[in-house]
Every structure is written in structure tokens, then in C-alpha cells.
Design a protein around this ligand. Structure first.
Ligand SMILES: C[S@@+](CC[C@H](N)C(=O)[O-])C[C@H]1O[C@@H](n2cnc3c(N)ncnc32)[C@H](O)[C@@H]1O
Length: 214
């Protein structure tokens, strides 16, 4: 289990602290274990010319925003992140697309109204597993922020059979209990749903694209 975190404010502060240092090494290291991120973008069922609005929650250093901006040249993107240190990197990484990529420095929270019913797709890439215990509230908010028929796209850790590995990830704020797919599958109409092993089965990660009911 991840370090015990209770309130939203504590979760936000923990992330802000954690990513002061991690933001410096993030882009150089995460390619080696955050699997499925490219596949997630490929699984988005939009045409290249689609004029869609996409929101990424916990956009970090902008890896997905930059790749999505390349794939969908007429789309506009909003990236939200609670860590200003991560967003500083994201500004640099998405500079070539700054007319279409907006970055917002704040947490995503249940009850907010900024994006209500306006999004064609909402992306959570390795953020939900770190938002504990508020991840369900954030999925609820995403339902509200999607247009009818809008898509949720999630890549994240799924589970591990190794207790020591789950504890290690818990010490890095990651919960890995199969809990995310268990919630996504009944809440959205599945369009793409894949679980894959990493490093011969040390852990499993998943890629899920689902549709909000019309
Ligand atoms: C593992 S990183 C993932 C970054 C990026 N999505 C990627 O795939 O590389 C998790 C990100 O989620 C952000 N985050 C955590 N809790 C958040 C919250 N409540 N609201 C917005 N962002 C949050 C963190 O600051 C961090 O940048």
C-alpha cells in the first residue's frame, strides 16, 4: 500500500514535494518503466484531422501532450498538474505547440466546473495510481467533464504478485492493486483494454480507452 495519505491537501503537498527532485531526472528515467504511454495515444480512435479538445490530468513533464500534439495537429490540449516543478519542464517540452497546448498549475478536484461537459477526451497517464485515496473522485469528475460519448484514456500500473515490489512502489506513492481497471471497466464502455507484463512479470501495466455513455 502507498504511504498513508488522507486529505486532498496532503496528497497535493506530497506530490509537490516528491517531484521537486524527481522532476530533474524524470525524462531521463521514466522511459524505462512507464510502459504503454505511446500505445495509449495510438489507441485513441480519432482521425488525424480531428478538432478535438483533450485534457490530461497529471501531465507531468508534457511527454504525452507533445506526442498527442504531433499526432493530432488540429486538436487543442490542456495539461493540469499539481507540481510546478513538473510543469516547468512541460513548458519547455511543449514549446513548439504552445498555441495549442495550455498548461495549468493546480490539482484536479471533485466539484470543479472549469471543463464541465466540454472535453472530447481525458487522459490519465500514470497519475491515478498516485492519487490516493482520491482517485475515484477524480474519475467521477472526469465523467462530468467529458462530453456525452467522450473518451477516457488511461495507462497505469495494474498489479504485481510480488509483495516487496508493491511495498517499494507504495513508498513512492504508487498504489498497485488492480483497483483502477476494476473501476474503469464498469464505469465506461471499453474500446481498448489491455494488460501486459513488464520485466517478465515483475508487475503488470494496463492501457484502457473507454467511452462515456451518451
Ligand atoms: C508519474 S507522473 C505522470 C506524468 C505524465 N502523465 C506521464 O505519463 O509522464 C504523475 C503526475 O501526476 C501529478 N499529480 C499527482 N496528483 C495530482 C492531482 N491531484 N492533480 C493533478 N496532478 C497530479 C504529479 O504532480 C505528477 O506530475
Amino acid at each position: 500500500m502507498p504511504k498513508t495519505i488522507h486529505t486532498t491537501e496532503e496528497q497535493n503537498r506530497s506530490m509537490q514535494r516528491y517531484y521537486i527532485l524527481q522532476s530533474r531526472i524524470y525524462d531521463a528515467t521514466r522511459w524505462s518503466f512507464l510502459f504503454g504511454r505511446r500505445q495509449l495515444i495510438c489507441a485513441l480512435p480519432f482521425g488525424r484531422e480531428a478538432k478535438i479538445k483533450v485534457l490530461e490530468i497529471g501531465c507531468g513533464t508534457g511527454y504525452n501532450l507533445r506526442n498527442m500534439a504531433r499526432c493530432f495537429p488540429k486538436a487543442t490540449f490542456t495539461g493540469l498538474d499539481v507540481s510546478e516543478h513538473m510543469l516547468k519542464k512541460a513548458r519547455r517540452n511543449t514549446a513548439a505547440f504552445s498555441e495549442r497546448v495550455e498548461l495549468i498549475s493546480r490539482p484536479y478536484t471533485l466539484g470543479e466546473t472549469q471543463f464541465l461537459g466540454r472535453m472530447d477526451a481525458i487522459v490519465f497517464s500514470y497519475s491515478l495510481s498516485m492519487i490516493n485515496p482520491q482517485w475515484q473522485e477524480l474519475l467521477q469528475q472526469a465523467q462530468a467533464d467529458l462530453k456525452p460519448g467522450g473518451l477516457i484514456a488511461v495507462a497505469d500500473f495494474h498489479n504485481s504478485r510480488l509483495g516487496w515490489f508493491k511495498r517499494h512502489m507504495g513508498n513512492n506513492y504508487v498504489r498497485m492493486d488492480g483497483h483502477l481497471l476494476a473501476q474503469l471497466r464498469p464505469d465506461f464502455i471499453g474500446l481498448f483494454d489491455q494488460v501486459k507484463p513488464a520485466y517478465g512479470g515483475v508487475w503488470e501495466y494496463f492501457v484502457f480507452v473507454g467511452k462515456k455513455a451518451d
